[in-house]
Ligand binder design. Sequence first.
Ligand SMILES: *Cc1c(COP(=O)(O)O)cnc(C)c1O
Length: 360
Amino acid sequence: MSKLYNFSAGPALLPHPVLAEAQAQMFDWHGSGLSVMEMSHRGREFMEIIHDAEADLRELLNVPAGYKVLFLQGGASQQFAMVPLNLMGEGGHADYIDSGHWSRLAIKEARRYGRVDVIASSEASAYTTVPQAGSYQGTAGASYLHYTSNETINGVEFPYIPESAAPLVCDMSSDFLSGEIEVSRFGLIYAGAQKNIGPSGMVVVVVREDLLGHALPATPTMLDYRVHADADSMYNTPPTWPIYIAGLVFKWLKAQGGLRGIAALNSEKAGLLYHAIDASGGFYRAPVEVAARSQMNVVFRLADDALDEAFLAGAKKAGLVQLKGHRVAGGMRASIYNAMPVEGVKALVGYMQEFARQHG
Ligand SMILES: *Cc1c(COP(=O)(O)O)cnc(C)c1O
C-alpha cells in the first residue's frame, strides 16, 4: 500500500479499499476464473458489473425517472463536441458561461458547430471568482446553457446552480459526486472519470431523455447520445475496466454515507486547508474569492515564490506529492477529491505550518 498522499488533479488517487479489492479480484472476478479485463462485454458477468454500477450511481445521485446514465469514451473533452452536436439543433445557438480554462475549451469547440453566446465571464477577475447569480441572462431561443461547475485549474467552484430557461448542461468533471445535487435542475451532466469516479478512459453522462434524438445530421454515430442510450452504453465495446472500477468506487461511496456523508468530509478537508492558508499570516495566499473557493482543488501561492521549489521538494520528502499548480496557473494546487483521507489533508497542513515556521 502506498504511503504517499497524492494531490494530483487527475488522474487522481483512488480509495485504497477500491484498489485493494481490484487487486484481490485481478485474476479471478467472483469465481468466474477471468479477470474483468478479459471478459466479454456481453457476457453475464460483465452485464452484472455494468448494471450494478449504473444502479449504484443512480442511487447515489438520486437520478429521477426520465434520465439516461451513459458510460462513454473520449473523456470530458469529447463532450465539448458531443454536447453541441446533439443539443444545438440545425441553425440553433447556445449560451455558455466562461469561468476559466475548461469552459473556454468547451466554448471554442462549440463554435465549430454554431453560434455561441458567452453570456457571462469571470475573465476580468483572472478567473478568481465565478459570475454572480442573477448578473446574466440567457439569450432568447438558446438550445442550452453550458457551464463548468468546478474549474480544476483555477480552483473556482460555483456555489450555486445557474437559473436557466434553456436546458442546463454542466461539465462536472472535477466535482461530480462530491456532494448532493438536484439532477432534475439539469438537462445534461458530464464528468470525466479520472477525477472523482475512477481510472481515465471514460466519461459519465446523465442526460434527460427528451434531449436525445436531435443530433445534427453529420454527427458521427459514435458521438450520438441516442445511439448509446438505445444500446445501454453497449453500442460497441465499452470501457469495461473503468466501468468496473467506477462501480467499486460507487459502492465505496455508499459505504461513506453516500453523497451527504462524503460532502461533510469534503467540507471538513477543504476547511482545514483553507484555514491553514488564511491563518498563515500571509505566508500562503489563496487567490480565489472566498465564496467561489473550490472544495476539490485548493489553489494557493507562497508569498515568496522563490521558495516554491523548496516547498515542493520538502513536501515530496514528507510523502506529499503532486502539489505543483497547473503550468498555466503557477503556484500550488492541492486536489483533495473524495478519495483523499482527512489524514492526508492534516499531513499537508502540518507540513505547511512547519515550512512556514522554518522560512517565515
Ligand atoms: C479534466 C477536465 C476536463 C478534461 O477531461 P479529459 O477527460 O482529459 O478530456 C474537462 N473539464 C474539466 C472541468 C476537467 O477537470
